[in-house]
Design a protein around this ligand. Structure first.
Ligand SMILES: Nc1ncnc2c1ncn2[C@@H]1O[C@H](COP(=O)(O)OP(=O)(O)O)[C@@H](O)[C@H]1O
Ligand SMILES: [Mg+2]
Length: 380
């Protein structure tokens, strides 16, 4: 019997650079294949070819033994491939149900969309995934895992044979990951073939049956997950012996830099901790438990209600993000795209908080100085 998906010699370049080089890959019915590789290895490019977004330069792929050429994403969907992209492509402004059924035959009554039936159909697909969700909600209000589920429900609705998940867990909490895995297992039992891209190897070892590792666009290893180990995969991804995933821990000094006592604010009550020079403090907790709020208070982005904070033994009460930064306390926020960056160049993002040092008599003028500072910070 032929495989559900059989890719042979797939090659693709962008502007003269080969990003996929003669790659073979197969997925059988009921198989979850992890597609692994460092950033830039070519994973998303391979997936985008299967999704009809990019076109192969050479090589072939067949679904159920039938050779395919996709001119566009519609061709890919018709051939039974459903892709949940790294950047989720949902249609904002529409309801969950509309997103699930979009592009399929919408149920109508007397020429109008039959909303009741539309919603019931969408609910049925969520039930297949073991999920219950109010499908009349606007999709914009959903959590990350619910959006992923919506994209997967849509795959079911389109009767996909092959489901491709590109970094589906990047924005999910641990419990949401469990939810997603339960769903993936159900789909595997239905005989779907699944390609699963993730950076988190522990995760891959729980969910995948087989793996393929790409490096610089070439397939460097493949096999069954039970026959390999995380260190082996890491070496294969990196192309060299990687002796440790994390650098050695430095031993914190005795010099206390930050001391937080009885801190209370919105969502936080009576929090105490200290941080010494050279120390990395991990803060754990479920989503919504107040982790981000602690950090926001420290970074001057949220008001403190009571308690004391000391920085280098001095009372520290940042009134704004800017005042925290002048005390050299900086937050890299969770939602970096939304909160952390301003539109513009990398350089202006790096030096934005130091504009006062770059102005001459109040005019923003020193482009050369700006470049030098930005470059130095990047290299650090
Ligand atoms: N549309 C594009 N135009 C030019 N280069 C691209 C494009 N998409 C990806 N690349 C390049 O192709 C290489 C592989 O990228 P990608 O497939 O996104 O890797 P991965 O998903 O494994 O991180 C990278 O060097 C990337 O910069
Ligand atoms: Mg990618």
């Amino acid at each position: 019997m032929s495989n559900l998906l059989e890719i042979t010699g797939l090659t693709k370049s962008f502007g003269g650079t080969v990003v996929l080089n003669n790659v073979d890959l197969s997925v059988g019915a009921g198989e979850v294949r992890a597609l692994l590789g460092e950033n830039g290895a070519g994973k998303s490019t391979l997936i985008k070819i299967l999704a009809g977004i990019h076109h192969e330069e050479s090589g072939t792929f067949a679904i159920d033994g039938v050779k395919q050429t996709f001119r566009n994403p519609h061709d890919s969907a018709l051939a039974g491939v459903a892709t949940v992209h790294q950047e989720l492509m949902i249609s904002p402004g529409l309801s969950v149900a509309e997103n699930v059924l979009l592009g399929t035959k919408m149920p109508t009554r007397l020429g109008k969309i039959a909303w009741g039936e539309l919603n019931r159909t969408a609910e049925k697909w969520f039930a297949e995934l073991g999920q219950k969700i109010d499908v009349s909600r606007p999709v914009d209000e959903l959590s990350a895992v619910q959006m992923t589920m919506t994209a997967i429900a849509r795959a079911l609705c389109l009767d996909a044979k092959i489901l491709i998940l590109d970094e589906p867990t990047a924005a999910l909490t641990d419990s949401e990951v469990h939810l997603l895995f339960a769903t993936v297992k159900r789909l595997r039992e239905r005989g779907m073939g699944i390609i699963y891209v993730s950076h988190r190897l522990e995760e891959v070892f729980t969910i995948a049956d087989t793996y393929t590792v790409l490096r610089n666009g070439s397939k460097v290893s493949e096999g069954k997950v039970v026959d390999t180990s995380i260190p082996e995969i890491i070496n294969s991804m990196a192309g060299r012996e990687v002796s440790s995933i994390f650098p050695d821990r430095s031993i914190p000094g005795s010099n206390e830099i930050l001391s937080v006592r009885d801190l209370s604010a919105k969502k936080i009550r009576g929090v105490n901790f200290t941080v010494k020079a050279g120390e990395t403090l991990g803060i754990g907790g479920l989503a919504g438990s107040g982790r981000s709020e602690i950090l926001r208070v420290l970074a001057g982005a949220q008001r403190r209600a009571s308690g004391t904070i000391e920085l280098h033994g001095n009372v520290y009460l940042p009134k704004s993000v800017g005042s925290a930064q002048s005390d050299r306390v900086v937050l890299v926020p969770q939602e970096r795209r939304r909160d952390g960056l301003i539109p513009g160049s990398i350089l202006s993002n790096i030096v934005i908080t130091t504009l006062s040092k770059l102005t001459n008599f109040g005019f923003f003028s020193s482009t050369r100085k700006e470049r030098k500072m930005g470059q130095a910070a990047w290299e650090k």
